[in-house]
Ligand binder design. Sequence first.
Ligand code: ZN
Length: 192
Amino acid sequence: MARLIDELRKLPGVGTRSAQRLAFHVLRASAEDAEALASAIRELKQHLRLCSICNNITDVDPCTYCTSAVRNQRLVCVVEEPTNIAAIEKTRSYTGVYHVLHGTLSPIGGVGPEQLRLANLFTRLAEVDEVILATSPTTEGEATAGYIAHELHKSKPNLKVTRIATGVPAGSDIEYADEVTMSRALEGRREF
Ligand code: ZN
């Protein structure tokens, strides 16, 4: 029991109280439900990983976007989470590839640049012509875009760095943008 509580406490947003509650829930659950939870976790780790090029969740490394011959590998769209890719794919107008940060800078939340998955964006810059910063138009998203733009200009001065237009309502998450809004935000992107 103590071991399970310790493991659950490592999950984001789970404190000691929640971890205890979850552990007791598992204790009372049927053997089948408990096994289903354990096997879902095990299989996730066995079959899925992060793409070594773009950090997207994938079952093959590199992912299908990064190896696609029909996609423009020189155009990279930077997003906060893997789920943001779906919102952009729905527009069917984006033909480039991606880079997933797995978070945003948050001084209050204690998230600094070293907590984001940024290093592999810089190692691929030689093969990139444009980077689109598609982080959310929230305070954290804007701060993240500003920081990355600054670092990109430092490492490759002739790189085109753009920011999606504010077609996505300010303060909202791009995950909830509809296809038309997202299309317009991409088309109306401006040089940073
Ligand atoms: Zn990839």
